[in-house]
Design a protein around this ligand. Sequence first.
Ligand SMILES: [Zn+2]
Length: 451
Amino acid sequence: MIDPGSTYDLVLTGCTALRNNAGKDPRFEPNTTIAITDGQIVAIGPDGDTPPACAELVETAGLVAIPGLINCHTHAAMTLFRGVAEDVPVHSWFNKYVWPMEVNLTEEDVYLGTLLACAEMLASGVTSFADHYFYMDAAARAVEESGIRANLGWAFFSSMGSEGVAQSADFAQRLNGSANGRITTSLAPHAPYTVNDEDLELAAEHARRIGVRVHIHAAENLAQTESSVDSRGITPIEILRRTGILDAGTIIAHGCGITDPDVPVLARYGTSVGVAHCPKVYLKHALPPLTPIRALDAAGVAVGLGTDGVAGNNTLDILESMRLTAMTQKYVEEDATWMTTGHAINLATTQSAATFGLPNDIGALEVGRRADIALLDMSGAHCQPIHDVAAALVYSARAGDVVTVVSDGAVVLRDRKLLTVDVAAIRAELSGRLDRLIDISHGDQIQRYDP
Ligand SMILES: [Zn+2]
């Protein structure tokens, strides 16, 4: 509860706060005060007659406060390739566009692309993202400057030789806990079809030694699973189990090709394994089926929300991922009672925090959690009137309704103005780089997609 005798760093008063989202029946408490000190929520409760003493007071009456949203799988710097590879199947998307274009990337490109991504995410209420890319020291610099939280993994293929896994491990060790703890890290093998078993075993060993997870694409679609079973007799999830990847703790990107026998295997690892579901890219690439959320849910396996990279998704909008998840789950299950608004909010908060690897630190407005908070103004015509806040959040709210964002206790977005990143300056800096970035006349590519 709020202590009127205490002096806090930052206090938010008057908001309607999301509570009880550990289950599928969250509630929204009006007239709530949230008190923050040292980047942590230290008190939350009903508004008093006067706000408690604090260094900074933000009046949030009329706003809905939710835990900062979490993007459980992306490649942030792919903002650089937004809208370049449209209306193509996934093999062309990789082989004709994305992997040839990624040959062109410089470290500075990745810094600028990641900074743009951080700006987009913070402005839409996303305060944490799990990133899987290259030149990750540059990505870390963007995270540090923007004030966002991230789990960063330096991606590698076995085609890079032994340096790939070594670089990923070196980065994970050096950067874990940096930016005042806002940066955590992962080992980041690309996928079981581009990284051999020896390198997967090495990655798992390094992850266990450093005390971080492995972030990997696996069972991205059913065709990949079938191809794995045809060529090796086992599923991609079984490869992760045998190579020790699951044992190390894992963010599994996509998992749309997870089979029924895979589900109890994943369940054995409890909250140290989560699946990042990025529905917009499955829809755009016309790649059924979706992640089997119903089976994973029944087995207690965490499912977090992600966007994947902007070259596929076009945005980094987690409100959109939540809405698409709710709608597509009802549609594929042919069950309008499945994936309730409360369940969708639980995926976007509690289960995403578990998938991200910080189940006790983010994903809830509770004492002891880091102060990552998004405040939405739902007074717009597209949300009004509000009979049910959960329904408004899942089905009506837009990223542009986010007006104020607190990340690790610092106000980074105020009245829709981003305080930490100059988007106009990034746009200007990028304009001279765009032709070079999308030039694929060199005929080279970083890897061949042939799962
Ligand atoms: Zn991905």
